[in-house]
Design a protein around this ligand. Sequence first.
Ligand code: PMP
Length: 361
Amino acid sequence: MTERIYNFSAGPAALPLPVLEQAQKDLISLGDTGIGILEHSHRSKAFLAVYEAAEALCREVAAVPDNYKVLFVQGGASTQFFTIPMNFLSKDQTADYLVTGSWSKKAVKEAKMFGNVNVACSSEDQNFSYIPEEVNYSDKPAYVHFTSNNTIYGTEFASEPQVPGDAPLICDASSDIFSRPLDITKYGIVYAGAQKNLGPSGVTLVIIRDDLIAQGPSDIPTMLQYRTHSEAGSMYNTPPTFGIYILGQVLQWLKDQGGLSVMQEKNQAKAGKLYDYLDQSKLFKPTAAKKDRSLMNVTFVTGDADLDAKFIAQATAAGLDGLKGHRSVGGMRASIYNAFPEAGVDKLIETMSQFEQEHAS
Ligand code: PMP
């Protein structure tokens, strides 16, 4: 087998090796069924057990209260960008959006098709390199939407924003879900495309409070009503069976690691090492404001695009893949989600130190 290298991709991203090894077996035969996971009917007893285990693990790992549903849907986080306003924002209402990156901006664009949007804060003035402290909410917003981790810019909310009154807080947690404990009771909806911290692309996790499900209109397309997926246990149509299977395996792995608090400690240790190195480096500079640094996506530059390209090429040759930053920030981005091993961070720091020595001015 080809040796596995360190994959710093922002998503789809590295998955835990034990999960992949188990999947390898289950591809041929899920347990002793003689039928592989990709080939099982979603109505089969064997798949229903997979589904129920994934849902139960999600509830357990994230302490999801009974008055919330766990849904597995399709269309990526981007489909939630319009499904949310389609369900919860009407022409005469205003929703508040905290704009901390281009994914939040895309969510705003969709919401404007359904109602009014108040951009309650934005960090676009400094290329989204920080999380604004001042937030100007509208009177009685239909909901407040924010992006907990900004994948491209390497910033992350330290905690949930305070919302006015009883406005539901809706979070796009695509790139930091289950990387640290979260208090679901503070949210109306938490959603995430799976392809960073939860599994493969093609399945989106939606954790949604019951009263919001009931509140949604019934005169919009059936597939875009949350009640459809809630009432049918995410089986109104054929669900993304393989994605749900892997998500369940990843959640089991997460539980075996010790759950969300332990994961947070591990993530703090991994990112901490990298930021410590960057803070003392004379060549590499982190791009995100110190107080808002992401534990998931660490962004940095040398300040010289040619040198960045040279470093990326050198790192790739050393078995460190996917370090090229997003074009809107440039430089480098090390995505170090839950499943990314600490040894890969050590190797990155070693490679950077070496490069720095070679290019010391
Ligand atoms: N939100 C965030 C924070 C993201 O990083 C991404 C990129 N995966 C998206 C939304 C879009 O997700 P998807 O590709 O699943 O639509």
